[in-house]
Design a protein around this ligand. Sequence first.
Ligand code: FES
Ligand code: FES
Length: 192
Amino acid sequence: MPDQDGPDASPPPAAPPAAPSARPPGELPVELPVELPVELTVNGVRRRAIVPPRRLLSDFLRHDLALTGTHVGCEHGVCGCCTVLLDGEPVRSCLTLAVTVDGREVTTVEGLARADGAMSPVQRAFAECHALQCGFCTPGFLCAVTALLREDPTPTERRVREGISGNLCRCTGYQNIVKAVHRAAGLIAEES
Ligand code: FES
Ligand code: FES
């Protein structure tokens, strides 16, 4: 016969289910406006738009401005496909909110060519040196290399490799991209 005075061997009652969170994980704990105005210069053209505060610059360029030359690969800041120039400096457009570039100047791959449509020295060098295969990474490389050669017109081999280290290419093995950067440096020197 069971001991009626002993400890209760029955399992404790299950904890009540947690109350649902007031906001989903990752949501900001503040009320944001549904849309915000943004005004910036893209490839020399003044653009105005009303965008959600969380609109990525990459999506803004591709979907709102139809500048699909900016590619999106990882969307995590790893591959460099989405690189554009922000006031001349390379940035990951997939990590940049469109509203944060209000008043600034963005150059995409579509804005690298000359006013008459001729390819820039960097674009010519990539074509001459066969520095692309599928081309998915190419817009990001072209922007990154353009910025690199503005900063250092005669880069060493090591500097070139450092300069492109933030951009991934699955096709070329990088050798021809490195050659293209040196060739572009030569073309720029010839022009000046
Ligand atoms: S898509 Fe932006 S870094 Fe990969
Ligand atoms: S050319 Fe294909 S990923 Fe670079």
